[in-house]
Design a protein around this ligand. Structure first.
Ligand code: ATP
Ligand code: MG
Length: 403
């Protein structure tokens, strides 16, 4: 059983959206998945159309059981959402847990103890956390083997980084266990230069601590939540679905042998690494963005425009097509498409400098081509090209029209 907590003290960065749709996508991959909501806002029940007035007991009752006479076990509060997909809902009472347990020993281990009894029932447990660092988040951290930090790839994401650094420092002090932290770029809009720049900076600084998968901004994800459905049910043909299936796949690929190998020895080392890179990223972002003029929309400083002119993606120039991608932690990047018979070894990309850029130029005649990158053996669409088409394997190919 792998337990993954989704944590970021920044409100509205997409935690609940990630939790719901990741859980649904893992279930689609036939993984028995339990979503535990420990945010008193109870957004998971809302987002999955579980009627609030029919939730008699919730995760609060389970967590408080260790300290009270009335016992509630986890199984008794679970709602089945879909095949392989269960929900343990939250409730507003959770907001009172911290003051109620003040001074109690092991109060940060309630969730961990509850989950230990579930080992064997589920392949994955994913935990939605509140946008704050307190007893509930520490419970999630104690219970988790892995943590996903969703980072919104917009102006405000960079603004929130300083706060996130504080969180990491607090977590570092509190947490003394092996745990794997990874950053996930969310609400990514490839059409905006700033989002591309932010993603590039995140990739450069977080490297292997960053998921290759990116969650694009997709209104279908918003709509799905308002209809009380995961994207797997609401619109399986959407870009949102594609992104979450890719993320689930990326997580599944690290079960279980690879996971051990990739694990960082202590949480302290890993948090130090993340904090260090976040520091660098913060100072870089300050340089890039400059001060926000009062009362107006944030505008990038001139330097960002210059930097952004170096675009990633596909460019056409004098009969040649250039594919440029940013994969700072990759050791091999290849290109496969209908122009090379889908044989990636025919078209390796070369590192362009030492900044993580890879590129290759091809003399392609006029036409419409489908392609994918193969990064360290893993097939994926071009994250810098929003033009895609579904392929027969239920995934997506990138498309380029050569004129
Ligand atoms: N990839 C996305 N594309 C479009 N909309 C998104 C995406 N991710 C999240 N949203 C929307 O952004 C809003 C905030 O997302 P969400 O509720 O998941 O954030 P959160 O981090 O859980 O918030 P909180 O901190 O309050 O718990 C919601 O309206 C959600 O539908
Ligand atoms: Mg939330």
């Amino acid at each position: 059983m792998r337990t993954i907590a989704i944590i970021n003290q920044k409100g509205g960065c997409g935690k609940t959206t990630v939790v719901i749709n990741l859980a649904a996508s893992l279930a689609q991959h036939d993984r028995r998945t339990l979503l535990i909501d420990i945010d008193p806002q109870s957004h998971c029940a809302v987002g999955l159309a579980v009627p609030e007035d029919q939730i008699e007991r919730n995760i609060y009752d389970v967590l408080i059981s260790a300290f009270s006479d009335s016992k509630t076990d986890l199984k008794s509060i679970i709602w089945q959402i879909a095949q392989h997909f269960d929900l343990a809902p939250s409730g507003i009472e959770l907001a009172a847990l911290e003051p109620q347990l003040a001074g109690q020993d092991h109060r940060e281990e309630c969730l961990k103890n509850v989950l230990q009894e579930q080992a064997g029932h589920y392949d994955y447990v994913v935990i939605d956390c509140p946008p704050s660092v307190g007893l509930l988040t520490f419970n999630a951290l104690r219970a988790a083997d892995e943590v996903i930090i969703p980072v919104e790839t917009g102006y405000f994401a960079l603004h929130g980084l300083a706060k996130q650094l504080e969180t990491l420092t607090v977590l570092r002090e509190q947490c003394r266990q092996e745990i794997c932290f990874r950053v996930l770029a969310t609400m990514y809009d490839v059409r905006t230069k700033l989002a591309r720049e932010v993603l590039n900076e995140l990739r450069k600084h977080y490297g292997p601590e960053m998921f290759q998968s990116v969650i694009n901004f997709n209104t279908k994800l918003k709509e799905a939540a308002s209809f009380g459905q995961a994207i797997t049910e609401y619109d399986p043909a959407s870009k949102g679905m594609r992104d979450f299936m890719a993320l689930a796949q990326e997580i599944i690929q690290t079960e279980p042998a690879q996971k051990e190998q990739e694990r960082i020895v202590s949480v302290e080392d890993q948090l130090k690494a993340i904090s260090k890179s976040a520091d660098e990223l913060l100072s870089e972002s300050k340089k890039l963005i400059g001060a926000k003029p009062a009362g107006s929309r944030p505008r990038p400083a001139a330097s960002i425009q210059e930097k952004i002119d170096t675009l990633y993606g596909v460019r056409q120039n004098q009969g040649q097509v250039e594919f440029v991608a940013l994969y700072p932690s990759a050791t091999s990047v290849q290109l496969a498409g209908d122009f090379n018979n889908w044989e990636p070894e025919q078209t390796p990309l070369a590192p362009a400098g030492d900044n993580g850029r890879w590129n290759v130029r091809l003399p392609l005649p006029t036409g419409r081509y489908h392609y994918r990158y193969v990064v360290d053996g893993r097939w994926q669409p071009d994250p810098y090209n929003e033009c895609t088409e579904p392929n027969p394997f239920g995934e997506y190919n990138s498309v380029v029209e050569v004129k």
